[in-house]
Design a protein around this ligand. Structure first.
Ligand SMILES: C[S@@+](CC[C@H](N)C(=O)[O-])C[C@H]1O[C@@H](n2cnc3c(N)ncnc32)[C@H](O)[C@@H]1O
Length: 258
């Protein structure tokens, strides 16, 4: 229940920003996506790197976009296939088993109007190479939707949980980890990730904070108090672009173009 609530806060905010960016892509390049064989000229060509079970990919296909999910997990791809079939969009969703490093060969260079990379840059072997790979599969003017874990949030979370030494380690560690047993391979700072995006040839348009409060507010309160879940979602939306609160969010959602 708690995880579902957190996920819905995340997908709602990220989904809203993403749809605005995709609509902009359709407006600025009405021929976008038209060079795929058999395209009916509706919808965009989207690559979801590490798209997993299709939490973003399948709803985008339902909206008429053609989505290729590249993911190393065969189990995730099997769930993706089932989900796409259940929603009646199997012909618009393609699952490809593979790694970020292989992306250009698997998806095709300059083949996509948009690339999604949500919760994946934290775990790939080489984030710089992965960003370059994503740039290479995007068409000119194509949109990157990047969602990454933010260091500051884990510093705050470890301190509030009483793990003060771990909070200090996370604050100073180059990868934003709180120790050797931290399951997250790396976290990002806004300045660092926007700099890496610029180095890979991207222009950053928006940066939103995602889950600024959702991981801090007691779940028992949100689940039991009438209207609290809606109020939390509204608070998240209002805080997502506020610089001070954005800096504390669990994740950063960045929209950029190539
Ligand atoms: C936290 S899940 C995120 C799933 C999905 N993007 C979402 O937002 O719901 C991370 C995903 O990255 C995939 N992954 C792990 N290592 C990867 C790699 N080197 N290249 C591409 N995807 C990877 C995993 O299989 C998993 O599906």
């Amino acid at each position: 229940m708690v995880e579902r609530r957190r996920r819905s806060v995340r997908t709602a905010l990220v989904g809203e920003a993403l749809r605005v960016a995709l609509a902009g892509r359709e407006r600025t390049d009405p021929g976008a996506g038209s060079d795929r064989a058999g395209s009916d000229r509706g919808g965009l060509d989207i690559v979801d790197l590490g798209g997993g079970t299709g939490g973003f990919a399948v709803p985008l296909a339902v909206e008429g976009h053609r989505v290729t999910v590249v993911d190393p997990s065969p189990d995730a791809l099997a769930s993706l296939e089932r989900r796409a079939r259940d929603e009646g969009v199997s012909e618009l969703v393609r699952g490809v088993q593979g790694d970020a490093a292989e992306l250009p060969g698997l998806a095709g260079e300059s083949s996509a109007d948009a690339v999604l990379c949500h919760g994946v840059l934290e775990v790939v072997d080489d984030p710089v190479q992965a960003l370059q790979a994503m740039a290479s599969v995007l068409r000119e003017g194509g949109v990157l939707s990047l969602l990454v874990a933010q260091r500051n949030a884990v510093v705050l979370a470890r301190a509030l949980a009483g793990h003060l030494a771990e909070a200090r380690i996370a604050l100073q560690d180059p990868d934003g980890r709180w120790g050797a047993t931290d399951p997250m391979p790396r976290r990002f700072d806004e300045a660092g990730i926007t700099g890496q995006l610029a180095d890979a040839g991207f222009m950053v348009h928006t940066v939103h904070g995602v889950r600024t409060f959702a991981d801090l507010v007691p779940s028992a309160f949100v689940d039991s108090e009438p209207g609290a879940a809606d109020s939390l979602a509204e608070l998240e939306r209002a805080a997502s672009q506020h610089p001070a609160f954005r800096a504390l969010a669990t994740q950063l959602h960045i929209l950029a173009t190539r």
